[in-house]
Design a binder for this molecule. Sequence first.
Ligand code: ACO
Length: 349
Amino acid sequence: MFTSKIAGIGSYLPKNKVTNEDLKQYMDTSDEWIQERTGIKERRYAHRTEETTTTMAVEASKIAIERAGITAQDIDFIVFATLSPDYYFPGCGVLVQRAMQMKEIGALDIRNQCSGFVYALSVADQFIKTGMYKNILVIGSEKHSFGLDFSTRGRNVSVIFGDGAGAVVLQPTEKQGQGIISTHLHSDGASAELLAMYNPGTHANHWVKDPVADYNDAVIGDMFMSKEMMDNAQNFPFMDGPAVFKKAIVKFPEVIMEALTKNGLATSDINLLIPHQANLRISQFVQQKLSLRDDQVFNNIQQYGNTTAASIPIALCQAWEEGLIKDGDLVCMAAFGSGFTWASALIRW
Ligand code: ACO
């Protein structure tokens, strides 16, 4: 059986920087409030019409593929994690396959929000381990700026998110001890509605006043996306911030310890923890709980905001480019998010 290694990594961040001060033109907020609660100073927004979740993914992928020393035609499978796809369907994986003129390979989209990249990495890892594929492109990309409520009503959510993409090429390695050591995936759907975007969807129960009468009267298309839903902001993400915070600070340390314990390792063995960049306060809480030093934890949410499925590969890429990850280092990735889902991956670089 093979082990998978990250053979190449790339990221793409849109040029347009949006500071906390800039957001004040749309909503009642302040730099002080945002920095104090989230640590975020600025984020990037994709070009309204020229950049999409897929185009950003393609830019990140080009870099990852080049750094892996292969071409787009060598990729034999795509795993694409996003919650903000170009289309409701088909997924973004096929759009990358088309844009990069790849062979008629398999393309899989993953819908696990903030945990999406770790889930995607885990799926790709299984295909490498079994020998089925040799060059898998794993992507996390988000264009949040297109789907946020920029009025004061939506400020608790919209100030947090930013756009960007990250990608890695996963390949088999026979080098003893190198590569993905283990991945750990979890979910608890009991709180699915506490961090969610309800519409468009097929549930038909979050907006009707009288479910039976309204259902019978409704034009089916209206139940999928209606003016009433839009008036009630149900086409925007909803987040119960305190509930997310409470669960995240338990599950992040738990899933990191699960990975370490499974492999007979301790927190002191971690060279770099790349937490999903949810909120600087959450990362700081996790660091404190696990008694990690500052140099063991990487954060860049201050510059890019929370880019959901893209946050881990963007952070990993930046840390690698800054020389913070060297051969032989133990890198831990951990995520928590909507679902709720949470996950971790341990890699010997
Ligand atoms: N600017 C100014 N004031 C704001 C803003 C804003 N952007 N957003 C909310 N407020 C106000 C509210 O209206 C409220 O005012 P009131 O007391 O007069 O009613 C006050 O601030 C407190 O509002 P809460 O929603 O209770 O804010 P809270 O203190 O819980 O902080 C936050 C919100 C930062 C989201 C917090 O709950 C948190 O850290 N949650 C963790 C969840 C998280 O970070 N998720 C990230 C995305 S999900 C993920 O990646 C896992």
